[in-house]
Design a protein around this ligand. Structure first.
Ligand code: ADP
Ligand code: MG
Length: 622
């Protein structure tokens, strides 16, 4: 279902599917259509024009009805093309899987054989095969199938080699499965979609090749018609009676075109990366489609988020990932955002610079102000100029930030040169300074390292150095230490803290760890289900958590030297943001929840510096 929906969202593929379906229906209906015998010769009716009496499409040089010959010919050409594709796919994939799975010498022998086949221009090879076997449609089919085997074998072998080294294949081997079973039950399902895709994109090609052989007189033999032989026979009358060539020509064009369009659509719809989003690349900037009033500037902070709403529109569901979130951060201040996985922290952070993938992401309300300027309304150029230069990001996984094939020094230099016109030598000097400022030893030699030559902690420091490259005013760090061990984490936190003091950086620090918040942050906002449920200074929140969720979250943190106690876990799961319950989103997991919690809007109440969204707070806030 999902597959068909995606397929038909692609207009061209849908058109291809419709044209092909019409052709198929016509061809399958041949026995019940009132057609004349395609092979009856009546020389008195030679070369009748289309729309003549009794011959809708006219007749050919022997007076045979063209409509009947066209439909019979199409049926034959389609059958031969599809059959050849099936044979080529079956044999080619089998060869490819075996070669890829066993590897080593077997792979070598098989693939060198395939290479030899590929070394000949394939039309020449097909001609040679037909010449050896003798002309005839069956032999043309064999020839076309044979020359396409290498294509499937190469494709499938490549994928199988990648799969054969994976853990699930090792696991299957360890569980005692034989080779045959592993290939059939573990490998084949994984390559099947590739085979289907390769087939759907080559059937059209094979129909053309068969038609080519028939055109040369090597395929179907008279009086039997296929599209190629019809063209071949009409060749001599091309000028005097063009309709005899144009009609089969148009049919070949329609078939090949519709199959190729459909094949491309199938490939796109089967690609899991395209399945989750739309069939288009994300834009350079998140779509902003604000329904209500843009909030007036309240002058708070250096970076100020006001009632921000960010949603994902996936088919007909709406995921309210960020829901009326207001936050601000001053120069030299560190704001923590804390919450379970899926609570909307990352989407909040990405919304600031328009980095949420669009589609499906849409900012539907609120404002993001940087020094008072509304970034949501800003043109892309202005946003691009600020990205990395004024507001920089540090992400969780440095390996996904750094390009694996470039030296870290070059990547740092690039980050600098995007925003500043400096010479390579100056940029390099600056890159070294940056690496030293994030305490990477031997910075001069380290800039020549590739990312994989560094440890996780070092890579994360390079990530931080990159964020610092243009002396930004705000750094948004999205769980920058989650992938690191505790000692490295402590060093990185200390580093960020120093930078904040030395350079007056404003830091937005996203985490799910209260220990980290305690070390670094001045103020904290707690998020749940896309909303802020509590905010306040770090000391207030750590000492007097007011929202039951905050309290439960803190109970999950083990304490060194705190003696043995059962570690609490919060029962239940975070809500799906596509259908949030009315009232408090935490109510279903909260043991203090009452009737009132489950209905109506619960406001964030309190002062500017201390607020909670709860009817039954753990403690009254000051
Ligand atoms: P976290 O707090 O762990 O950083 P996120 O901000 O990444 O959480 O995600 C918030 C919510 O948005 C989650 O419920 C997630 O499922 C949803 N979400 C994120 N990206 C997409 C997307 N591309 N399509 C649909 N939903 C998404
Ligand atoms: Mg996240």
């Amino acid at each position: 279902m999902m597959f068909l929906r995606l397929l038909f969202r692609n207009r061209l593929a849908a058109m291809g599917a419709i044209v092909l379906a019409i052709i198929l229906i016509l061809v399958l209906a041949i026995p019940i259509l009132p057609l004349q015998d395609p092979d009856v010769i009546k020389t008195s009716d030679r070369f009748l024009k289309p729309f003549s009496d009794g011959h809708l499409l006219g007749t050919d040089h022997l007076g045979r009805d063209l409509l009947a010959r066209l439909l019979h010919g199409t049926r034959l050409s389609l059958a031969v093309g599809i059959f050849a594709a099936l044979i080529a796919a079956t044999i080619g994939s089998a060869v490819g899987i075996v070669a890829g799975y066993f590897g080593g010498r077997i792979d070598n022998v098989i693939m060198r054989g395939i290479d030899m086949l590929m070394a000949f221009p394939y039309i020449l090879l097909a001609l040679a095969i037909v010449a050896a076997l003798g002309p005839g449609l069956m032999n043309a089919l064999i020839a076309v199938a044979a020359v396409n085997i290498p294509f499937f074998a190469r494709n499938i072998r490549g994928i199988t080699v990648g799969l054969a080294g994976r853990e699930f294949i090792d696991a299957a081997r360890l569980s005692g499965m034989g080779h045959g079973r592993i290939i059939l039950t573990e490998l084949l399902p994984n390559v099947l979609s590739t085979i289907v895709i390769a087939m759907s994109t080559t059937v059209g090609w094979m129909i053309l090749e068969t038609a080519g052989l028939s055109f040369l007189g090597l395929g179907s033999q008279p009086p039997q018609a296929d599209l190629g032989s019809m063209l071949g026979e009409a060749r001599s009358a091309l000028i005097t009676n063009p309709h005899t060539s144009i009609i089969p020509g148009i049919m070949i064009f329609l078939i090949v075109m519709s199959i190729n369009l459909l094949g491309d659509g199938v490939r796109d719809a089967l690609d899991p990366r395209l399945r989750s989003g739309a069939l288009s690349r994300p834009r350079a900037k998140t779509i902003v489609d604000r329904k209500g009033e843009v909030p007036a500037d309240d002058g708070k902070g250096l970076l100020n988020l006001q009632s921000l709403d960010t949603q994902f529109h996936v088919s007909n569901r709406v995921y309210r990932a960020v829901n009326d979130v207001s936050l601000f951060v001053n120069r030299g201040e560190c704001l923590g955002i804390i919450g379970e996985s899926g609570s909307g922290k990352s989407v909040t952070a990405l919304s600031v610079m328009g980095l949420v993938a669009s589609p499906p992401g849409v900012v539907t309300g609120g404002a993001v102000r940087y020094e008072g300027e509304d970034l949501l309304a800003a043109p892309y150029e202005s946003l691009r100029e600020k990205r990395g230069n004024k507001v920089a990001y540090i992400f969780q996984d440095p390996l996904s930030t750094l390009h694996p094939l470039y030296r870290v020094g070059d990547q740092l230099m690039e980050a600098i040169q995007v925003h500043h016109k400096v010479t390579d030598a100056e940029a390099k000097q600056r890159a070294i300074e940056l690496l030293m400022s994030v305490r990477i030893p031997n910075a001069e030699s380290r800039i020549r390292n590739y990312p994989h030559e560094m440890s996780g902690g070092m890579r994360q420091r390079v990530g931080i150095a990159m964020a610092l490259a243009n002396d930004p005013d705000v750094i948004i760090a999205d769980e920058p230490t989650t992938a690191l061990d505790v000692t490295v984490q402590a060093q990185i936190l200390a580093l960020l803290d120093d930078l904040r003091r030395e350079r007056g950086l404003a830091i937005v620090f996203i985490t799910h760890d209260f220990g980290v918040v305690a070390q670094l942050c001045d103020r904290v906002a707690v998020m749940y289900g896309g909303r802020i449920v509590e905010e306040g200074t770090t000391t207030d929140i750590l000492d007097h958590p007011a929202h039951p969720y905050t309290k439960r979250l803190m109970d999950c943190v083990p304490e060194l030297g705190g003696g043995k106690r059962a570690l609490a876990a919060i029962p239940g799961l975070p809500p799906m943001v596509s259908d949030l319950p009315p009232g408090c989103a935490f109510a279903p997991r909260c043991d203090k929840a009452t009737e009132a919690c489950r209905k109506g809007e619960i406001a964030l109440s309190g002062s500017e510096t201390r607020a909670v969204r709860c009817i039954h707070p753990e403690e009254e806030i000051a």
